[in-house]
Design a protein around this ligand. Structure first.
Ligand code: ADP
Length: 441
């Protein structure tokens, strides 16, 4: 509410006091001394009020203001009201902040507020329980001085830019797994969130182990079955009816064998179980060999192959895994495109990194499939995939191989024009070789 304008009242009261005194002074012939007396009294009154005001403000302005009349009374009153309103607002903000803190405290996840320098500004109770932080003792400490797991340190180095997430063992108990996330918050602050994902992690390990074990157990009986059907097929050449059934048996057991092999490879890649060490090697001869194998696979279909590879570009990685990824892409280009299609295999590096790509001028893939192609068993056309011997695991294998080599897969495709599958690797994974190998064409 706007305070009432008190000027007219004050003016009238002042005049009512001053005019009779001046009239008296005039009547007694002491007009000017009376004027001087009035001015002096007004000055003394104002100085006294100024002193009161200063004393009142110096004491914090919280006590009731002095009971003064006139203009000074209005000033004291307004200052006092403002002060009260301000205190009320601060109180409400404090309550609001406290409520936010209470809700953050009650969260089932750990919450750590960090400043731009990754120093702790606030933590909730769960952060103390999950991350072993001590509040308020750790206030102002750099989080990277308290949590020292190498993966966590690596994550924190790039978290401010990429705001990714990471799963690391709990600093209090190696058996427990924590998923950590960083989010920008407020003014140059970050929220570090952590939740216990031990349960999920165990389920994931169980799933992987189950697939690996089942695949492993199935492998031997399938190999036997496949071998027997092959022999039987030869034996039964005289009985075409039976031979036909046995041929179907052989084809199906071969499909199952391929599936089991891919599942085993995938689970090995997933669990990080190495298929061999990573080292510097020149992929060029391997790419030449793969092109020849693709030519054999194409057979009479007559795909045209172009190898456009840098013969003097070495790669830091596992040759078997890179071969497997490249073979999947190259053989897909043969399997899923009609005869006569041109297939180009490239291996090159530029300032942005190294690229291994397989490009075809085949039928292409509709855009809504692209984001799902690397999912296990995802097929664009299930019938065609199976008839071409596909397991639906090829691109999932490629994705895992790339992840183990700090790379990623980019898929571009246009229906009717063709597809390009590109494996992108950081520059640090490549280096030029001094002398190109003798096998260069
Ligand atoms: P698979 O192991 O069965 O070949 P992938 O995971 O390698 O399965 O491929 C998934 C699907 O992507 C395939 O079923 C196929 O439909 C499609 N695909 C892959 N490569 C190409 C390509 N070069 N051209 C058209 N479709 C492709």
């Amino acid at each position: 509410m706007q305070p009432r304008n008190t000027w007219p009242d004050i003016l009238i009261t002042s005049l009512l006091i001053a005019l009779p005194i001046l009239a008296l002074g005039w009547a007694t012939g002491q007009f000017w001394p009376t004027v001087a007396f009035l001015l002096g009294a007004a000055l003394a009154w104002n100085i006294a009020n100024l002193l009161w005001l200063e004393t009142w403000l110096r004491r914090g302005g919280r006590a009731e203001p002095p009971d003064v009349r006139g203009l000074w009374g209005v000033i004291f009153d307004q200052l006092y009201r403002r002060r009260k309103r301000h205190e009320h607002r601060v109180h409400r903000l404090r309550q609001l902040l406290e409520r936010y803190r209470d809700s953050a405290r009650a969260m089932p996840d750990a919450v750590v507020v960090l400043n731009d320098d990754l120093r702790i500004e606030w933590v909730n109770t769960m952060a103390c329980q999950l991350l072993g932080l001590d509040w308020p003792r750790d206030e102002g400490q750099r989080i990277t001085h308290l949590l020292r797991h190498p993966e966590f340190l690596q994550f924190m180095e790039r978290a401010r830019e990429s705001l990714a997430r990471v799963t690391v063992p709990s600093p209090l108990d190696d058996e427990r797994q924590l998923e950590l996330r960083m989010l920008p918050y407020g003014d140059a602050q970050y929220l570090l969130l952590a939740r216990d994902t031990t349960h999920l992690h165990r389920l994931e390990v169980m799933r992987r182990d189950f697939i690996a074990n089942v695949s492993h157990e199935l492998r031997t009986p399938l190999t036997v079955l496949y071998g027997v059907t092959e022999t039987l097929e030869e034996e039964l050449q005289e009985q075409p009816e039976l031979a036909r059934s046995v041929q179907m048996l052989r084809e199906q057991s071969e499909r199952m064998k391929l599936l089991v092999d891919d599942l085993l490879l995938l689970s090995r890649l997933e669990t990080g179980e190495t298929t061999g060490p990573q080292d510097w090697f020149n992929p060029f001869p391997m790419l030449q060999k793969l092109t020849e194998e693709a030519r054999v696979l194409s057979g009479t279909e007559g795909h045209q192959f172009v190898l456009d590879a840098d013969p003097a570009l070495e790669f830091l990685g596992n040759p078997n895994e890179l071969r497997s990824a490249c073979a999947n892409l190259l053989f897909n280009a043969v399997k899923y495109t009609p005869g006569g299609t041109r297939v180009t295999l490239r291996w090159q590096a530029d300032a942005d990194g190294a690229r291994l790509s397989v490009e075809d001028t085949g039928p292409g893939i509709a855009s809504h499939h692209l984001s799902r192609l690397t999912e296990r068993f995802y097929r664009v056309d299930a019938g065609r995939t199976q008839s071409r011997g596909g397991t639906g695991l090829g691109l999932a294998i490629v994705k895992h191989v790339l992840a183990r080599h700090d790379g990623h897969l980019s898929i571009e495709s246009e229906v009717g024009r063709g597809s390009r599958f590109t494996c992108l690797f950081p520059l640090g994974r490549t280096r030029p070789v001094e002398a190109p190998p003798a096998t260069v064409e």
